[in-house]
Ligand binder design. Structure first.
Ligand SMILES: [Zn+2]
Length: 359
């Protein structure tokens, strides 16, 4: 009798975890105070415990050796609740759930949050949300022209390429980056069968639609009115026009004819938020130019240009960006290379993040 008791106290008992078991319940059932033995249990069973301290059904677990005499074990149980440290009490709730869900003993990594946007094309439609940096921010993206209006046209060899396709491609890349940071993004001008494209020569087509799926009119005035009304309606729907909501319009037909063409930013003359938005993006561009093209002085400017219909009539604070001029040979080189379209989108997104952080 004596020897039997001695061995029970010095050797570790093993038990099998059952459905619904967590570390705390398992310890309690075996007369061990969780407040006292929780850490020992984790140490002893490291290999069989999930990241969130969950147990696996059907696996064997080693129990810590009790320091107490047999008869006091059960007595200590009712008090033990108060002795459980808060953190362990918390994780056990999750642990219990896991133990139930993970029937075959296999560790499941946390599921990444994925947002699906078919406009990005089959390969890129699933966007993994990397962070919440832009959580709460709402963006409306308008790429210039679209539908019956291709914008600036140039010939590449025998092929005709147009401004709207390139502005749209940059816009999609930008949208994807913003979504990945947790923003809500409305792509106002959209083409369901284009997607993000890495080709140099993007096919000219005329089937772009205006959000949600409206045909784009031929008349310039009606076209601009249509996209303006779409943005304004969404703006009012979203938090009654409150919160951080921004519109970004992109074109590639700047009128600048200097040898060095830069990216220009326009905002409404009376919008402080619009001005700050434009300046935030411009500041990012200045930094990038200094870093990647130190010999080239950046001369893009921020100016108010309330004469533009979309600038004048849209409700959210906005920036109108001219990414260059497709008719300029140097700009063509830049914009036809998808790496540069990707870089432009990245820089704009970084400027937008900087602006959101100022809010
Ligand atoms: Zn344009």
């Amino acid at each position: 009798m004596l020897s039997a008791l001695a061995s029970a106290q010095t050797t570790n008992k093993t038990v099998t975890a059952q459905r619904g078991d967590g570390i705390i319940s398992l310890l309690r059932r075996n007369g061990l105070d969780p407040g006292k033995y929780y850490k020992d249990f984790v140490k002893l069973n490291k290999k069989n415990i999930s990241k969130k301290n969950g147990l696996y059904i059907g696996r064997k677990y080693i129990l810590p050796v009790s320091e107490e005499k047999e008869e006091t074990k059960t007595v200590s149980q009712p008090d033990s609740v108060n002795q459980v440290p808060e953190a362990t009490a918390d994780t056990t709730v999750i642990a219990k759930k896991e133990a139930v869900e993970i029937a075959p003993p296999k560790e499941e990594p946390p599921k990444p949050r994925v947002f699906k946007q078919p406009l990005f094309g089959k390969k890129l439609e699933n966007v993994t949300i990397e962070s919440d940096e832009l959580k709460g921010a709402i963006y409306y993206l308008i790429s210039g022209h679209g539908g019956p209006d291709p914008g600036a046209l140039i010939k590449q060899g025998r092929k005709l390429v147009s401004e709207d396709e390139y502005a749209y491609d940059v816009n999609l890349r930008l949208a994807r980056k913003l979504i990945a940071k947790g923003a809500k993004v409305y792509i106002i001008i959209q083409d369901p069968n284009d997607g993000i494209r890495d080709q140099r020569l993007l096919e000219v087509d005329y089937d772009e639609v205006n959000y949600p799926k409206k045909k784009i009119p031929r008349s310039q005035r009606l076209r601009l009115k249509q996209r303006t009304e779409s943005v304004n309606a969404l703006f009012l729907q979203n938090n009654n026009g409150k919160g951080y909501q921004r519109l970004i319009v992109t074109h590639i037909d700047s009128r600048s004819v200097g040898e060095v063409i830069d990216v220009f930013f326009y905002h409404h003359e009376r919008s402080k938020k619009g001005k700050r938005l434009a300046e935030s993006i411009q500041a990012t561009f200045k930094q990038k130019y200094a870093r990647y093209q130190p010999n080239r002085k950046y001369s893009g400017t921020v100016t108010s240009r309330s004469g533009l219909y979309v600038v004048r009539n849209t409700m959210p604070a906005m920036v109108y960006i001219e990414l260059g001029n497709l008719k300029n040979t140097k700009d063509q080189k830049r914009i036809l290379d998808y790496n540069n379209r990707e870089a432009l989108a990245k820089w704009i997104s970084e400027g937008l993040i900087a602006d959101f952080k100022k809010e």
